[in-house]
Design a protein around this ligand. Sequence first.
Ligand SMILES: Nc1ncnc2c1ncn2[C@@H]1O[C@H](COP(=O)(O)OP(=O)(O)OP(=O)(O)O)[C@@H](O)[C@H]1O
Length: 236
Amino acid sequence: MLATPSATAPVALMRDVSHTVQLGTTNLTILNNISLEIARGSWVALTGPSGSGKSTLLGILAGLDTPSHGHVRLNDVDITSMGEPQLARLRNQTIGVVFQAFNLIPTMTAQENVEAPLFVHRNRSDISQRAKAMLELVGLGDRRDHRPAQLSGGQQQRVAIARALVTTPQLLIADEPTGNLDSATSKQILDLFADLRRQLNITIVMVTHDPDVAARADRQLYLVDGQIRHDSARAE
Ligand SMILES: Nc1ncnc2c1ncn2[C@@H]1O[C@H](COP(=O)(O)OP(=O)(O)OP(=O)(O)O)[C@@H](O)[C@H]1O
């Protein structure tokens, strides 16, 4: 059994995290000694130049990648030494992920895309109802039978958000969630993030290059060369 998270513990925590990959005979340091706490219910924007390590940090925070050094805790549980089956279960319960390119399955309807993560371990009888309710929550109750190609970019991202949140995770990880959208649609998606955060009490960590998008978060982290150069939570 996984421990029940304490309401005050950070939803995610990194301690002295470094990540190095070997390129031929040289070691490339992608993340350099990062320590970070993500408060429950916060909305954090991760910004920084291309190649500064943002996606790598997000992947490690989500338990999709293991750092070469240091520790990551999700809901007060150290995931760095966890085996894959246990980690996969923790990820499924704790984390929802949204990507720039939506990554929906093109042959499936919106409803089927949102149902997909529930097939892992939930009671199958309520899968259809839960996916339907989630699509209604993101404003797509009338598009359940549409396939991705029959939806606009903003609608596809709404389906992806519904799919990420249908397992009731506490942490939503988003890598450039508005990167493929025009500015009006981006604003609608960010408004949806704000609504969902309030309604579902989720924590959001998103990577963005866009200062206007980052400004919607209540904390901004600026990464340079694998290090946190600026943390608005620590600013004067
Ligand atoms: N598996 C890997 N092997 C070798 N180099 C890698 C690997 N993963 C990432 N890198 C390198 O690490 C650096 C950071 O990559 P990362 O994708 O985390 O940056 P980023 O800040 O998200 O960039 P962008 O804003 O362009 O998406 C880059 O220089 C990249 O080439």
